[in-house]
Design a protein around this ligand. Structure first.
Ligand code: NAD
Ligand code: ZN
Ligand code: ZN
Length: 361
């Protein structure tokens, strides 16, 4: 059977998104059909709409979602109809060179649905991050469904599906922040603010939020920042050094992803410290650093893809911390909107007015 549902599509580069009738097939082998409850609006959705990720238009947008499994393919055992799930974009294969070496968080062959969702005229859609969740029902690989506690607020925990996990994981998994560390986070949008929350959760004692927007800094304080630096007026390297005994932070997380912020992160860390790049640069960006400084400052320069998360390990654990009141995911839900309001949500994101707008379906 083919399901006819409404979903949000970016038809061509830069064109406003449209609500379209979409045909979703029943799940085949290895696939699951999911009724979407909520889906956050992420910067990556905007990147897709602007043509910044690939030219495979039309895209079915949305990917930070909570849903309920409505049907599974014949061989699927890991989830069943009725299960409450968060969708992930890291359904690990178990067989690639990373998985075989016991590092599935780097899986190089992650799974998506094999069948295509289409427009009514048969045009195949490219689902954002292999998910496509601004839609009433979506088709994914069964491994993209991570079963979680159904009592948790769908809008809040669904954000673990992308940006909030990327930030929390940049601190906890990639940066390996631990008790007593000093941490600086450059860029306090959804991802950077989650990195701040992650650093707080891991026991960092000095957490410095850096942004060029004073509003972001105020919010960062409420999620665990112990100090804030407005880098539109102050030199962030000097400010971070001053707040860390003159040395620099143990871990500096760049949640913007520009050459200038990376350079700030590089010089604002202590000797033998760690830089984590989680913000995504654009293809034309390049970086020049004295090689002697790269050597002489030691430590490690890391990038964080999706917070180096393993959804099956990290999502239920983080949902549990949220349910216990130890991780404030509600603070990331700035507003709840309808499926018609994606363009408005993009505008608010660009004005810096929200951490996350979450679509309720
Ligand atoms: N690595 C991953 O797996 C992953 C996953 C999701 C998102 N991301 C990326 O993370 C980045 C941040 O995403 P977001 O949703 O938080 O975006 P956002 O637009 O909500 O936040 C960006 C923040 O950076 C600040 N900023 C901009 N320029 C700055 C500068 N020069 N110095 C200091 N602060 C500056 C802005 O004021 C804003 O607060 C994006 O590049 C996004 O694509 C990465
Ligand atoms: Zn793999
Ligand atoms: Zn995202």
């Amino acid at each position: 059977m083919v399901h006819k549902v409404q979903g949000v599509v970016a038809r061509s580069k830069g064109a406003p998104v449209t609500l379209e009738t979409i045909l979703v097939p029943d799940p085949g082998p290895g696939e699951a059909l999911v009724d979407i409850l909520t889906s956050g609006v992420c910067h990556t959705d905007l990147h897709y709409q602007q043509g910044g990720i690939s030219d495979d238009f039309p895209f079915l947008l949305g990917h930070e979602a909570t849903g309920v499994v409505s049907a599974v393919g014949p061989d699927v055992t890991e989830v069943a109809p009725g299960d409450r799930v968060i969708l992930n974009w890291r359904a690990v294969c178990g067989e690639c060179r990373a998985c075989r070496r016991g590092k599935p968080e780097y899986c190089f062959n992650t799974h998506n649905a094999t069948q295509k969702m289409t427009l009514e005229d048969g045009t195949e859609l490219s689902p954002a991050l292999g998910i496509g969740a601004f839609i009433e029902k979506t088709l994914v690989a069964a491994g993209q469904c991570t079963k979680v506690d159904p009592e948790a607020d769908a809008a809040a925990v669904g954000l673990l599906g992308c940006g909030v996990m990327a930030g929390l994981g940049a601190a906890i998994n990639t940066g390996k922040v631990s008790r007593g560390d000093s941490v600086a986070v450059i860029g306090c949008g959804g991802v950077g603010t989650a990195a701040i929350a992650g650093a707080a959760l891991a026991g960092a004692t000095t957490i410095i939020a850096v942004d060029i927007d004073a509003k972001k800094l105020e919010r960062a304080r409420t999620l665990g920042a112990t100090h804030v630096v407005d880098s539109s007026t102050a030199d962030p390297v000097e400010a971070i050094q001053a707040l860390t005994g003159g040395f620099g932070a143990d871990v500096v997380i760049d949640a913007v992803g520009r050459p200038e912020t990376y350079r700030q992160a590089f010089y604002a860390r202590d000797l033998a410290g760690t830089v984590v790049l989680v913000g995504v640069p654009t293809p034309e960006m390049t970086l020049e650093l004295p090689l002697l400084d790269v050597f002489g400052r030691g430590g490690s320069l890391k990038s964080s893809w999706y917070g180096d998360c393993l959804p099956s390990r990290d999502f239920p654990m983080l949902v549990s911390l949220y349910r216990q009141g130890r991780l404030d995911l509600d603070a990331f839900v700035s507003e709840r909107i309808g499926i018609h309001q994606i363009e408005e949500a993009f505008a608010k994101m660009q004005q810096g007015a929200v951490l996350r707008s979450v679509v309720e379906l």
